[in-house]
Structure formats: C-alpha cells, structure tokens
Design a protein around this ligand. Structure first.
Ligand code: ZN
Ligand code: ZN
Length: 392
C-alpha cells in the first residue's frame, strides 16, 4: 500500500515554534510505521515539482520520456479514453461579454455537463473534438485525428478583462499551425452555440453569468506510458479523490477503486480510503492511495491546519493493523506553508513492515533523514520498495 500525502513535507514554521507541521503533529500511528520499517528522505527534483510530475517520478517514470503534460492526465481523470496522437487540454467554462473574458469560471458554475455534451463530437476538417465535464467549471477537451501537435499556446488569458487569447503555434510546424487554427475555430463556433443554449438564456434571466466560452491550457500530446503491470509485473489499483490523481492512476494502468466518502479535500474520509485499498489488495498486488488535504493547507499558508490534518490522517491509521502487507508513506513534493507553494525540499519516506528495520522511531522530515535509506534519489524509490516487499 503506497500512500502519498500530497505536499506533506515543509520547512520549519514560526507558528509551530520552528517545527514543520509533521514534526509538530502528534502521530503515534505513523511513528509506529517508522519503528516497523526503514526511513529515508527523498529528493523529488531540483526545482519545485507539480503534483503530476512528483507522482510520476515517485512511481519510477522518467519525466523526460513519459510526462504527457497536464491535459492528457486531466482528460483521463474525467474519464475520456485517450489514443496515441490525441492532443488533450485542461479546459474551463468562462463568461465572455463583448469579446472580453469577464469571469474565468462562469460565475462559479456548478456543472458544465450540458455544455460539454453540446460541444462533444464536433468535427472540423477530419479532426474530432471530445469534451467532458469535470468538477464545477472544469472540463477536459481532446482533439483526435492525424497530424496534431501540442506545441501551441494556451487560450486562457489567465486574467479577467482580457479577450480570449488566440491559440498560436509555438514552432513552425504544419501540425502546430493546423492544431492552433482548428482549436480557434472550435472555440469560436462553440461560443456561438453556447450563447444560444436555453441553459444560458435561463442563467441570464436569473442574473447569473452565462457559461459561453471554453478556455484551454496545458496542451499535451498523448502517447501511452508503460503500465504498472508491464513495468513492474504488478497488478495495481488506486484510491484517489478524482481529477488529476485518478487520471494519473488510469494512465499507469491502475484500476480505480471507489471509496465512498473520498472527497479530494480536507473533509475526506481517510479510513474509508485505507479500507478500500485493503479490499483492493485482496485482488491486486499494489495500491496507490492519494490524500490531498496536506497540500491544500500548505497552499493556504496554514501550518496549524496542516498539522491538524496530519493528525487526522494518523488517527485513521489504526485500521492498518488488519493489513499484513508492506505500507509506504511518502509525499509527491513539499508544500511550504510560509511560501504557500510547492518547494524542492526533500520528503520523508517510510517503507514499513518489509524485510528491514532501522532505529528511526518518529515519522518526520528530520527523523527520516537519519534513517537507513538516507538521502534517496527518487529513481531508487520503487526498486527499494520492491526489494523490501518481495523479501517480506
Ligand atoms: Zn502534490
Ligand atoms: Zn499543490
């Protein structure tokens, strides 16, 4: 069971008397995992990683070779099935008035499903557009057909009061030019269609902002990455809140397990996630469990909230007494409460109940750095986990 506490690592916080949230937290159950295993400190990358990059690196994928860009991961997360050669985007519904984006989230619309459905399936010059709703104002867009490229710019202007940015080719290739031209055409055609939809007429009557424009970013060219099965000979499942993390699991060929009560935020039912993973591990060899809350408190700059959330994670862990496999706990990157952003600081790791022990008795950044695994390169994480698990 491979548990990723998103953005767990941190720097010392003055609000916590110079401790990190993990050091300040009372974590008897995580500490027990440390006593029952070996610990270390993983350098994820030289610069602050995005979550998707941190995950792929931890799972042993070369980012240079296998990172598909954010679009394909988000598209897989909402349940679009990708094919080699697709170009996928993160998208959101916005409000455009008089040619200007006046709200990037269309008045915080609660679902984009009717609009996604209306736009889905459009074809322009043999290129098919697939659109599917995500959470709230979010959606994913996939362009499918021959000769596409992801070397194109975002159309999301990232600022309100500006026009939709025209998509432009980033290199001189015909593929990039074609992709940019057809995407621009799709965005202006769907804008007109959305404006006339009864859902938007109704929003206007109710003094709500119409959802009349798709904005795109994070274009990525999809080519399949080796599945966990092929790479490690492991049948893998995943327990994630949704979106990006579900997409990552799917791209790695993991079977998503549904955990009722998993919300993808701080309210999430962690014990339910762990028991779902335990159930999954009756049929599967490997379970990836993702817990997001730690990162969210880091971005909010709330060290006490992060500490309390870590304590909540810890309180849900006694259920692991009924699990006799190897448990790994680590993070995809550090999220600094002081900087309210990801940092390149190394993250603690414990590989518990495998074939080795060390003298670490506390799960924290500083204690784990003194463990037998020492300073680890991220590429050594999966080989080490497999070695300690197979001799278990
Ligand atoms: Zn993350
Ligand atoms: Zn984050």
């Amino acid at each position: 069971m491979f548990i990723i506490l998103d953005g767990l690592g941190d720097k010392p916080c003055k609000e916590l008397g110079g401790k990190t949230p993990l050091e300040a937290a009372e974590t008897p159950n995580l500490d027990r995992l440390a006593r029952e295993g070996v610990c270390g400190s993983v350098r994820i990358s030289d610069k602050p990683p995005e979550s998707d990059e941190g995950h792929l690196a931890l799972f042993g994928y070369s980012l240079k070779k296998h990172y598909p860009g954010r679009g394909p991961i988000e598209a897989a997360g909402v349940g679009l099935t990708l094919q080699r050669g697709d170009v996928a985007f993160r998208a959101n519904m916005a409000t455009v008035d008089n040619g200007l984006v006046i709200d990037r989230r269309a008045g915080r619309i609660d679902t984009t499903a009717p609009f996604a459905k209306r736009a889905n399936g459009m074809e322009l010059e043999g290129i098919k557009f697939m659109v599917k709703a995500g959470n709230a104002h979010r959606m994913a867009l996939v362009m499918r057909g021959p000769g596409l490229s992801d070397k194109i710019t975002n159309t999301d202007p990232h600022e309100e009061g500006k026009p939709v940015a025209a998509c432009e080719a980033l290199d001189g290739s015909d593929n990039a030019k074609l992709t940019a031209r057809l995407l621009n055409e799709f965005l202006s055609k769907t804008h007109k269609i959305f404006d006339e939809m009864p859902e938007n007429q109704e929003r206007i009557v109710r003094k709500m902002k119409p959802a009349n424009q798709i904005l795109t970013r994070g274009a990525g060219y999809y080519k399949p990455i080796p599945s966990f099965k092929n790479k490690y000979k492991l049948k893998a499942c995943c327990v994630t809140g949704g979106g990006l993390y579900l997409g990552l699991g799917r791209l790695m060929g993991m079977k998503p397990m549904e955990a009722i009560g998993a919300t993808g935020d701080a309210k999430t039912d962690i014990q339910c996630k762990l028991t779902t993973a335990m159930k999954g591990l009756k049929q599967y060899d490997f379970a990836y469990v993702h817990i997001k809350g730690t990162d969210l408190f880091g971005h909010d700059g709330d060290p006490n909230g992060k500490r309390r959330f870590i304590e909540k994670v810890d309180r849900s862990m006694p259920v692991l007494q009924f699990f006799d496999g190897v448990v790994v706990v680590t993070a995809d990157h550090s999220t600094s409460c002081a900087a309210k952003d990801h940092s390149a600081d190394p993250v603690p790791i414990v590989i518990s109940r495998g074939s080795e022990r060390d003298s670490v008795s506390r799960f924290s950044e500083s204690a784990c750095a003194l463990g037998r695994l020492g300073r680890m390169d991220v590429r050594d994480v999966m080989p080490t986990v497999l070695r300690l698990a197979t001799t278990h």
